[in-house]
Ligand binder design. Sequence first.
Ligand code: ADP
Length: 462
Amino acid sequence: MGGGGGLFNVGKSKAIKASKVQTRFKDVAGLQESKAEVMEFVDILQNPERYTKLGAKIPKGALLVGPPGCGKTLLAKATAGESKAPFYSISGSDFIEMFVGVGPARVRDLFAQARANAPCLIFIDEIDAVGRARGKGGFNGGNDERENTLNQLLIELDGFSPSSGECIVVLAGTNRADVLDPALLRPGRFDRQIVVDKPDITGRAEIFRLDADSESWSQKMAALTPGFSGAEIANVCNEAALIAARRSESVVTAECFDAAIDRVIAGIEKKDLTIDPYERRVVAFHEAGHALCGWLLEHADPVMKVSIVPRGQSALGYSQSLPRDVPLYTEGQLDDMMCMALGGRAAEQVAPPHPLCAPPSPRSPVTVYGLSSRVGPLSFGQQEESNTLYRPYSEKTARVIDEEVSKIIDASYERAVSLLTEHRDKLTALAESLLEKEVIGSDDLIRVLGERPFSKSVDYDE
Ligand code: ADP
């Protein structure tokens, strides 16, 4: 930090420069795909001429998107470390000061330093602090300053050209790519996004292994810490060491880890981020229900990946299907999709009990896709659900729609329940496998469920 910079330092970038970064990819646990993506930047920083010679348009950088404490800074540092390039790191909030003109001056200074030291890597953490969409509800001067800073950042991003020898890679971290000014995301700026997500059970075990050197317990600790970020695991390891010291142990024992996990969970619970074991079981059966229906039904989108790693506050788990190119559906497809959508809830009936959860919008088969013979083959579009004032149909039709909707849901739900009851052993096996591994891909699905009965048209390697 600026310590002692005083007024003369007002326009200085405040970035911390590290010339010899020691961090390497081996220090970053899990995140295989994210590492593979930043690998390209390592290569560019090491051999910029190779790219320029071929006339390639070199990417200037990428957004690292993910929740706090999951390794964005670590990954950026490792990218610099692997390429042996100088590393400038600064937080978006460091650009924002109360004095007018300081933000833009800091941005200018940062890029001037970077240009002088190219090839190098800049990491801007919390870019949303400067990069929020401009012109949104503000009449105070502070916003103008932020917008000027953002404008300067855009100018600087456009102003250097890796192709002409100024090889600067700019990585920026955020958890809120959705609030960023679209100008930042244009081609030639941050036009790539690399996801740096919470670790799954294997990733967590790896972080425990790295941080605590506890080969024998890492797997067990990973199982006890679903939903933890890498930073929270690092915190557990540190707490465990403190507890061991307090107890005058000569090594950090398993009990110390248990106590440390409890302590860290107590801290996280305040932030409302943990899931209790019962809830986790329910999520596993719920997701297994969606996935199994998708697996068994001919026209459902084939499931590629099922996860119970919590993401953000809302989604507790998800099943990822192979997206279809053209959103055209036959009646059979809609029936199967409906059954798959209700499969999560049906699984909770077939397997463990659980309080109600919201089903997916079940009105669309009637109001959008025109599947009810009583309402007719009509589509009223999607908006009608939120806008009763402008409903394009009568009260009577509204009643008929409601009745038809419940008929379709009931039928699809019954279908899902009987399908899952018939394959209850598979449902349980899939849920147990999810509880054990948290994320399972198509290979595991085939191992647990056998080949998909209708896999002719699907290439699982895609
Ligand atoms: P972010 O930038 O995403 O907020 P950081 O990279 O600052 O998170 O991570 C904070 C700390 O958490 C790291 O210094 C490291 O100790 C630990 N950590 C987070 N993710 C990982 C990971 N994937 N591998 C190893 N350690 C991690």
